[in-house]
Design a protein around this ligand. Structure first.
Ligand code: SF4
Ligand code: SF4
Length: 508
């Protein structure tokens, strides 16, 4: 196995306090069964799943409760046994924001009774059947973006230059990938090789940041034991946000992902280590994605640690399993300290997008500083890993100038928050860019709707014109027929008069 140590430097980025040791002293807490599960049908950027159970129905663990909708989509499964109590809209945390989603609410029975595995068990032969099995198994990227795995793998199948298995967990506080790599390295490596087979990748790069020596050791040993020549281990520098897909591809291959594109555009696919683990479970045990590893941490929680959380478990209940809150908890954050966002309550469920919950103490939350005017120091541009000009984006966002925002590459902003951290004027740039993206999406939607309504108007006008010209043609045809009928009638009369005149002259 060739070990890579990329010397290339990440553009921009920051060295931050990791805050990971607090949650990595105890093993992952497993076997949790919450009293209630709230299963959102829309947990990612794809299309929502479609419910296939009714209220009152008994369900077993692993049973499909919502089938994958229009692709890209991923099915949703009951993460424990119980009874469907409601199907209703709830507020749920997804990758980059809270959203309202239809949810299937299950009252669990505490038995954690598993459904019989779907038939036939085992991993199908054909790539198409494997992709279908992955969509049915509800797999979605567990690194944060939660894009349906089936669609992501299908996009690059047959033309993949390398599969990148991402264990570069760079954001402060989050340690779920680190702990999974320490505790289940063989399954991660085996899952990575299954993905390699599926997309036909000649190389599989297992990437880990240098500050995770135990994970490096565990994954390295598992990869050597697997003895597959496609495997490479790459240790990357501990710098935030080295774990971003685009940053990782550039760091490992020196190739730049084109603006507005995904790594698949240049033949690479990145998958999180948790996704590789989940794929292995699906392929070898027929188990769909019903749980994920979540870091519960922060000064506001009694025993910070990682838990194997059933998808849909209420956040407050999970915090109780970690000793509950300390008295001075100041804020609840979904995700890490850089890309995470504040939650309004702990009644919300864990979703496939939840890598970390920070119950932050007063010293861990950003103090609210007064914002000053931009002094055009350029620090934000130096820190930006996407090579953007945040100060220019700020001006364009303030003016609502969507054309300029597009030209400046707003879409390439990965919302990493580096620009906020370095800004001496305390300007909350990332939040402005998130809002600008939402406003831009709404603007594009408005343009689409207006183009659609214009097209509808044009079609209506064409239909009216067609109908009028058909009516005119019918009228002309009728008039011509009446004229022809009149001429024929006259001819007949004249002929009859002529016949009468001839008879009369013969009789005289
Ligand atoms: S870091 Fe802040 S003050 Fe400096 S250029 Fe960027 S936005 Fe302006
Ligand atoms: S949030 Fe966006 S603009 Fe700011 S540093 Fe990150 S990628 Fe650059």
């Amino acid at each position: 196995m060739l070990e890579l140590t990329p010397d290339r430097r990440l553009t921009g980025g920051l060295r931050l306090l990791a805050h990971k040791s607090e949650s990595t002293t105890e093993p992952i807490l497993r076997g949790l069964v919450p009293p209630e599960l709230i299963l959102p049908l829309h947990q990612h950027g794809g299309n929502p799943a479609v419910p296939i159970v009714d209220v009152g129905r008994e369900v077993a663990k692993g049973e499909t409760v919502a089938a994958a909708g229009d692709m890209p989509s991923a099915a949703v499964h009951a993460s424990s046994s119980g009874r469907v109590r409601a199907i209703e809209e709830r507020l749920v945390p997804t990758g980059s924001r809270l959203r309202r989603s239809l949810c299937i609410v299950i009252e669990t029975d505490g038995e954690d009774r598993r459904a019989a595995p779907s038939e036939p068990l085992g991993w199908p032969e054909s790539a198409t059947a494997r992709i279908e099995r992955i969509a049915e198994g509800g797999l979605a990227g567990l690194g944060g973006a939660v894009f349906p795995t089936a669609a992501k793998l299908a996009a690059v199948a047959g033309r993949c230059k390398a599969l990148i298995v991402n264990g570069a967990e760079c954001e402060p506080y989050i340690s779920c990938d680190d702990m999974l790599m320490r505790e289940a390295p063989e399954e991660i490596v085996a899952g990575a090789l299954l993905m390699c087979d599926l997309v036909g990748a000649p190389v599989c790069i297992l990437v880990i940041e240098r500050d995770k020596p135990r994970a490096i050791e565990a994954i390295g040993a598992a990869a050597r034991a697997a003895g597959d020549p496609r495997l490479r281990l790459a240790e990357v520098p501990t710098i935030y946000p080295a774990g971003g897909e685009r940053q990782l591809v550039e760091l490992l291959t020196a190739e730049e992902v084109p603006s507005g594109e995904f790594p698949s555009a240049i033949g690479y696919v990145c998958q999180n280590v948790g996704t590789a683990f989940a794929l292995h479970r699906l392929a070898t045990r027929g188990e769909p994605l019903t749980s994920r590893i979540v870091t519960i941490t922060g000064q506001g929680v009694a025993r910070p640690r990682n838990v194997e959380a059933p998808i849909g478990a209420p956040i407050g209940w999970l915090i109780e399993q970690c000793g509950g809150y300390r008295p001075d908890v100041a804020r609840l954050i979904h995700g890490g300290s850089m890309m995470g966002y504040a939650l309004p309550s702990d009644d919300l469920p864990i979703t496939k997008a939840t890598s970390c919950i920070v119950a932050a103490g007063p010293g861990e939350v950003r103090q609210s500083f007064e914002e000053w005017a931009c002094i055009r120091c350029g620090d934000c541009a130096s820190a930006c890993p996407a090579r953007l000009q945040p100060q220019e984006l700020l001006v364009a966002a303030g003016a609502g100038d969507f054309a300029r925002l597009e030209a400046l590459g707003l879409d390439d902003c990965i919302e990493c928050g580096c620009c906020d951290v370095v800004c001496p004027s305390h300007i909350v740039l990332t939040e402005r860019f998130r809002a600008a993206k939402r406003a831009h999406a709404a603007h594009v939607r408005r343009l689409e709707l207006s183009a659609e309504s214009e097209e509808r108007y044009r079609r209506r006008e064409r239909r009216i014109e067609d109908a009028e010209s058909r009516a005119r043609a019918a009228q002309e045809a009728l008039k011509a027929k009446l004229r022809a009928d009149e001429a024929a009638r006259r001819e007949a009369i004249e002929a009859a008069v002529e016949r009468a005149r001839r008879r009369k002259s013969r009789n005289v």
